[in-house]
Design a protein around this ligand. Sequence first.
Ligand code: HAM
Length: 427
Amino acid sequence: MSISIPKGTFDILPHHLLDKEEWRASEIWNYLESQMRQIAREYGFKEIRTPIIERTELFQRGVGETSDIVSKEMYTFLDKGQRSLTLRPEGTACVMRSFLEKNLNNKSPYHKLFYIGPMFRYERQQAGRYRQHHQFGVEAIGSAAPESDAECIALLYTLLKRLGLSHITLHLNSVGDTASRQHYREALREYLKPHFSELSAESKERFDKNPLRILDSKAPQDREILKDAPSILEYLDEDSHSHFQRVCQALELLKIPYCLNNRLVRGLDYYSRTVFEITSSELGAQNSLGGGGRYDGLIKSLGGPDLPAFGFGTGIERVIQTMLSQKVEIPADFRPQLYIIPLGESARQQCFSLLQNLRLRHIAAEMDYSDKKLKQSMRYANNIRAQYCLIIGDNEIATNAAQLKNMDSGNSHQIPFNLESILQEIQ
Ligand code: HAM
């Protein structure tokens, strides 16, 4: 019996090994990750890598017991020392743990950190939703300035645009401070009470514990009821209100289009003030490409100083899937420039040395070691999408003449067998 991959997970493989689900091509992941690193650098974010296991308590306290993530979706287990550990479901709490443990706040007043890595959530499997997904996330710690919110949002928006995406919408909202959220919660419950019996089972469950999450419901009957629900923006305290206005102005200054969405609350409990999400109309039900917001109270609630912070996470799977469905050009380097096929022992030795010299010149080159028939070797070259094939036998070594085939046009011609001539032809 062969052993299958766990449900909700997937392999990322070289492009030529995939016959479907091109989004799992490692070349595309490499391309995207390089773009993420590049933009992080431009916006002044430095990389942080934290373990994928953390103490369970971190997420219980950091993400919140009433969130779906903590109450239903965590991969939690006891290790051999009977400690409860959890595979990280998200990155923010992990960054905060590292930040506090290493007293990073004593080292500098601001910290701008980014991460790229896997997250684990035991979710119901569906398109665009995985049990192991990957996020590019940023956390800007130490600034309460509205420009810091706008800068992070701009980073994600600019990245998605730079990747060539269109039809994306930036949804923006503010969930105010703790007191204004409490007032709003009461007002929302008051509004929903007469409709309670018509709400979906999930929303009924959320009514007492976390009524704000009802705003997120996709159930048609809930959406109908919510049409006339009060808006959280009318319940904002004065400071949150003016902060929000300044975030909107900052985005306008950067010419980043946004759409106010007073139903946006997000699924994690740590947010205060600004929250945002970028959606794609192409993604179906799981349409969030990324989201985040301000989480000014989180560091303090984890036992640290009272520091403001803002961040976001974006799902790499969903970004790639949207790029592919929008057919954007992906300059991922799929193709070896040259595939060398030696025919005979003396050719083999000379080609092997040529191969290294090509690589020393930064040429992506491959060589056939198989001793297979020429036809089979050519088929493989085609398979890995080599741009050119160089074919040379022992006799041709003696006459210093190789065959170079352009794999796109199918044309071949003879060229001298030396590094300079080959470089001239293929570059
Ligand atoms: P989140 O909204 O839970 O936020 O996740 C961020 C993004 O990760 C989502 O918008 C989505 O693209 C992707 N994502 C989440 N779950 C899945 C899944 N099961 N399968 C595929 N993609 C998924 C956070 O995690 C926060 N830590 C973001 C943040 C950082 N807020 C402040 N700082």
